[in-house]
Design a protein around this ligand. Structure first.
Ligand code: NDP
Length: 333
């Protein structure tokens, strides 16, 4: 099968009932776009605000186990950290009664690290958007698609890739966007690599720049924040990187800026590469998945402590003051 898929047939999903489990960021937009594409979509959710929202928006809504019972295809679109428990309590035994079923994930995490193990009779596929829910809807309204990674973990029917491609089309990724043949493991690795390397390194660097500029060089917190991120220049650079390429977009910056960026990128590369190697190995060996399960079982002590530390930092306090002045947050927040 081709690596890059630009379009697919919806045929494998015709005459099937598709249960979207969860009506949050992804669930709501994926269900809405599939319905627009003429597919038969029902929603599975616990009885609370999302349940009511889905009903108000015209969907048939059921308890999660009931929705899976009624469906031929299930899209599991609830947070990764609750998925294992929900799957074990409400989904697994229903799947054991089915001769055929297509179970789709929007992220590789739970399957890649063996936290969820569906029955052998089930096709286990992944259609993982590289886009937040709101972004998907905005692009869809403009008639555009978006990128997704596809994976197949179990191909019980022999048609699992066809189902994955059809779901990518059903949820509006293709045509217009691009579906890349990948795997649960690849998706989980890439996702976590970003979360464990360049994102925290960027945050740590910005915080260090703020602390040093303000405390050691007497720069005003406002000037520092506006320079490092509050002006929106960072977002503009990210947009240019996506549209023109990471190096080609550099021509929009001065020669002084280009020289500084290139010299320091090569200077720091080896140190950063070592960090990335260590983090990638830790993820690939399943150690991060174990660490995160233990943290959840313990009631999130590290998570809450670090959140508190971050919120109490000088940078966060200065940001709050500046954002009040700029009208980005209200006085009482
Ligand atoms: P959300 O946090 O938006 O999911 C909310 C939905 O999950 C609601 O319907 C909520 O129901 C339900 N839910 C939450 N907790 C529970 C629980 N304990 N039991 C049952 N239902 C629960 O998730 P996302 O849409 O952000 O993520 C869904 C999947 O998509 C994940 O696999 C994620 O990795 C993937 N993904 C997400 C992206 C994004 O845009 N955020 C981007 C790409 C992939 P209620 O509150 O009513 O209980």
């Amino acid at each position: 099968m081709e690596k890059l898929i630009l379009d697919a047939s919806l045929e494998p999903l015709k005459n099937k009932t598709i249960a979207v489990i969860g009506y949050g960021n992804q669930g709501r937009v994926q269900a809405t776009i599939m319905r627009e594409n003429g597919l038969n979509v029902i929603i599975g959710n616990v009885r609370d605000k999302y349940y009511e929202l889905a009903r108000k928006e015209g969907f048939e809504v059921y308890e999660i186990d009931e929705a899976i019972k009624r469906a031929d295809v299930g899209l599991l679109l609830i947070p990764d950290e609750v998925m294992k428990e929900v799957y074990e309590k409400k989904i697994h035994t229903v799947l054991e009664t089915k001769k055929e079923f297509v179970l789709d994930f929007a992220s590789g995490y739970n399957i890649a690290f063996g936290l969820i193990r569906p029955p052998r009779s089930v096709d286990v596929v992944m259609v993982a958007p590289r886009m937040v829910g709101e972004g998907i809807m905005d692009l869809h309204k403009q008639g555009k698609g978006y990128p997704v990674l596809l994976g197949v973990k179990q191909d019980a029917s022999g048609k699992a890739w066809e189902y994955a491609k059809a779901i990518a089309k059903g949820i509006g990724a293709i045509p217009g966007g691009i579906a890349v043949r990948s795997s649960f493991e690849e998706e989980a690795l890439l996702d976590l690599m970003s979360e464990h390397t360049w994102v925290p390194i960027l945050f740590a660097t910005i915080k260090a720049c703020f602390d040093i500029a303000v405390k050691e060089y007497g720069v005003s917190p406002e000037a520092a924040l506006l320079e490092f991120y509050a002006s929106g220049e960072l977002a503009e650079i990210a947009r240019l990187i996506a549209e023109e390429g990471i190096f080609d977009q550099m021509v929009h910056h001065s020669t002084t800026s280009q020289y500084g960026t290139l010299t320091r990128m090569f200077k720091y590369y080896d140190n950063v590469k070592k960090i990335v190697e260590d983090e990638a190995r830790y993820i690939w060996d399943g150690n991060f998945a174990k660490e995160w399960v233990l943290e959840q079982q313990a009631g999130y002590p590290v998570f809450y402590r670090l959140w508190e530390l971050a919120k109490q930092s000088e940078m966060a306090k200065a940001e709050k003051e500046l954002y009040k002045v700029l009208g980005r947050i209200k006085e009482e927040e």
